[in-house]
Design a protein around this ligand. Structure first.
Ligand code: ADP
Length: 425
């Protein structure tokens, strides 16, 4: 099958967020981990290639994005490029050097197009753009805490200025007055901006209605750049409507387990809630993994889990309260503690799958990356949403594959670890 929409995401959980929005609007979607080596095997409308290019040097981000573009173009209809969607964070995470501007420019050059849009608006998540200014919740971006981000401090909420600092192309604005008038007005504004030599237009959107008004005006635009919000207005351009079929996965089989390495507030509450259901839970203490003891601990955990799995899901977690995490970090170092725990949890995930687990919940962004790698997963078919931003996925393999959900830190309701299996059933 040839794809209609090809997406390039600058990080892993952001890719899943975009894929989830596309599925909810009627597209069947596969997410790939990096640029695949071979052609696409699945029958889908869209592919999201997940890169890790948000904070790497701009030249590398450009090279990876162009690789992804080339692969996506090869998956289009009759040699025609599918529409391309460059996805970045809804807080426009970037530095004055990029990478949003440089990657956008490189994709425009490669696609031979002189115009695209840029908008991180995602009203469902409180990200709105008004007169070119990005709000996170009720405050401007530069008052939201993002001004203190360790890697990509955002000190200016004016996206026209922020984007202009990163690109040689002229940046303009399609403001809310135009957007609320709909497709014809938006197209007229685009024509006027183009005539002024503008190459990239920031677009206002304060509600999902705005994004649905914007969608039709983006039909036939070779390149769209945005957060995940704009995705809700695109599938309709291909004649698609929300449908149960879009999120259909193969029937779930096998045993169930949860592996949790996130120490966020939400995940701590989810671990506590799971314990109240009476199902077994085993903690992994990072200090016990030191001095080459990791393999032995993993084997103990798997021996504990093996006889329990037939009765329902088990939980293996390193999730801890902030004080405990700080103490471990002081003892081992932040990076070393993280790597030790990620490695052990990934080995546990691998061992659980070998024991017959085919429905796996993973909590934590970095933890998810480690588990997906340990399981050798290269592609994920996106299925039904459990909670906003967190869908079930299916990773095919010779033995029928596994159902897996990757929950980033603060997502999900308190009962997520049990609810997830109910949603799948
Ligand atoms: P989140 O999505 O909540 O940020 P991540 O998995 O991305 O979760 O990050 C959590 C990090 O904390 C991982 O590197 C993980 O290995 C590490 N970690 C997990 N449990 C502990 C613990 N008890 N003490 C110290 N570090 C931990």
């Amino acid at each position: 099958m040839k794809i209609q929409l090809g997406c390039i995401a600058d990080d892993f959980t952001g890719a899943t967020d975009l894929a989830n929005n596309l599925v909810r609007s009627g597209m069947r979607v596969v997410q790939t981990i990096g640029v695949p080596a071979g052609p696409l095997a699945a029958d889908v409308h869209a592919v999201v290639v997940a890169l890790k290019s948000r904070t790497i040097p701009a030249a590398e981000a450009i090279a990876q994005s162009l690789d992804a573009l080339k692969w996506l173009q090869a998956q289009g209809h009759n040699g025609q490029s599918p529409q391309i969607y460059f996805k970045y964070c809804s807080t426009f995470d970037s530095t004055p050097e990029g990478n949003i501007g440089p990657v956008t420019e490189a994709l425009m050059d490669a696609l031979g197009t002189d115009f695209t849009i840029a908008t991180p608006a995602f009203p469902d998540n409180g990200r709105t753009v008004f007169k070119g200014y990005l709000f996170a919740g009720n405050v401007l971006l530069n008052e939201s805490g993002m001004q203190n981000h360790p890697l990509t401090p955002m000190t200016d909420a004016n996206l026209v200025r922020v984007m202009q600092a990163q690109t040689k192309r002229k940046v303009g604005l399609i403001d809310y007055k135009t957007v609320t008038q709909g497709e014809t007005a938006i197209r007229a504004r685009i024509a006027a901006l183009r005539a002024e030599g503008v190459g990239v237009a920031v677009v206002d959107a304060t509600s999902n209605d705005d994004l649905h008004l914007l969608g039709p005006a983006l039909k036939d635009m070779p390149l769209v750049t945005a957060g995940s919000g704009v995705a809700i207005g695109l599938p309709a351009n291909f004649g698609l409507k929300p449908s149960l079929q879009a999120s259909q996965l193969p029937a779930a089989t096998g045993l169930q387990a949860v592996v949790s390495g996130s120490c966020s507030l939400a995940t701590n509450a989810q671990v506590a809630h799971f314990k109240t259901t009476g199902r077994p839970a085993m903690v992994i203490n990072p200090a016990a993994l030191m001095h080459g003891q990791s393999d032995a601990v993993v084997q103990q955990v798997l021996a504990w889990a093996a006889p329990l799995l037939k009765d329902g899901p088990v939980l293996v977690y390193s999730t801890a309260e902030p004080d405990a995490v700080k103490a471990v970090q002081a003892q081992l170092g932040v990076a070393e503690a993280g790597a030790l725990v990620e490695h052990a949890l990934a080995a546990v995930a691998r061992g659980l799958v070998d024991l017959g687990v085919k429905q796996l919940v993973v909590a934590g962004g970095e933890t998810s990356g480690a588990c997906v790698q340990a399981l050798g997963i290269a592609q994920l078919q996106i299925g039904p949403q459990i909670d906003p931003g967190v869908p079930w996925c299916h990773a095919p393999s010779e033995n029928g594959g596994v159902h897996i959900t990757l929950k980033s830190g603060n997502f999900g309701t308190e009962d997520f670890f049990s609810k997830a299996f109910t949603v799948l059933a």
